[in-house]
Write a protein that binds this ligand. Sequence first.
Ligand code: ZN
Length: 486
Amino acid sequence: MTIRAFLFAVLIVATAAPRAQTLPDLGDAASASLSETQERTIGNRIMREVRVDPAYVDDPEVNDYVNALGQRLLLTADPPPRTMDFFVVQDDSINAFAMPGGHIGVHTGLITLTQNESELAGVVAHEISHILQRHAARMAHGQRGAQLTSLAALALAMLASRGGGNQSGQVTEAAIASAGALSIQNQLDYTREHEREADRVGLTLLDRAGFDTRGMASFFERLLRSNRLNEFQGAPSYLRTHPLTTERIAAIQDRIQQLPPHLVPDSFEYRITRAKLRATAGSASEAVNLFRTMLEDKTVVRPREDVFGLALALRRTRDFEAAWKTLEPLRQGASYPSFELLAAQLAADMGRGDESVAIYRAAIRNYGNYRALLYPYFEQLVLMGRDKEAVAELDERLRTLPEDWHLYDIQARAYDHLGRTISQHRALAEAYFRKGNLSAAVDQLEIAVKSKGSDFYEVSSAESRLRELRAQLEIQKAAEKALNIS
Ligand SMILES: [Zn+2]
């Protein structure tokens, strides 16, 4: 099953969940509708799986960008909603969707096919508005709580069967078919009334956040036109859940006339993110051709993000020399963290480890805690066997970034190389804990306290952490059991 099909099944559960105002009765889930706490429990459970799915884009630059964009729109909502977080799914189709607990997914296809940042912001704002207006919950009004809960159980059972290679994928497909989960997807299609409302609220967010409101109209227009011409392979999935008509576009345009115009340039972060995703789509040679074509007639001003995209694509073809030469002019004068990252990676690709480390260090000095530089830098140190340095520097970083699981993950590898078993498992436990996987964290701590050759202080510190996480795990298990998703 593709991540999209799966998430769609989850979406049914997610958005159909009415939010109770009172504390949830976890002991009697069958008769209750999903409360906010229950929704969060399911959401965390699902995100745990989504994060390890190959389609989940675990690129800190891309991730930080969509989150910044989402937060910028959310902050203008009145009243500001509870927190939401945004993530990117590697999928060429155009889509954006919401999951329980305020997790919003955006397809790479949506980002790469937008012509400017306001278009992307327009679709994200529209999607956020569906959640703010609780459209799905209103549609689900009248549905029995028991039904919703069993849907949650079904979605999570499917999820649990994933991740075991092809075979479990087939099992999952069968499970969907037999449960008829997809047959109820029609219930989730937003009505035209909901679309009009989401457009209206979305335009307000877009306007207040300072984007060009015309972006929403232009993207939807193009989507509708391309769909008629069958140009976008992935468009129908979005159009099925969000019915789009010429009347709707006309209504959006009417409203835009009443709003003050904003002429805003695209942020460089948007341009870099889009170039990066375009450079990773399709085959490596296709990506090289795409950027070469884009740059062909631009002899006077070559957009820096397109040159960067070409360098990225060339790296994919393993022509590191050519990638380096393409990138070099961009690094002269005003460089950018993404350019330095690519330079450091290319130096390592060409076997120039020390140079790579030097580039990373200079860039980190300039750009501080820029996550996209930190992870590959520490990985490079570990790769070169400079584990002691890595451990010490990671300790230093973790003081300012204590919630970053990536750092613990890399530190665990360095400890492993150094033969420091108890520290290795403790670091792994902290990484799992921050990824929301409590039971794996407890497992690691159990291994840690049993490992030999550790000093008293290390063992007792691991033991107290183990007691703490075991208690948290009990609470989580009780919540999941009540929801039938453990
Ligand atoms: Zn919609």
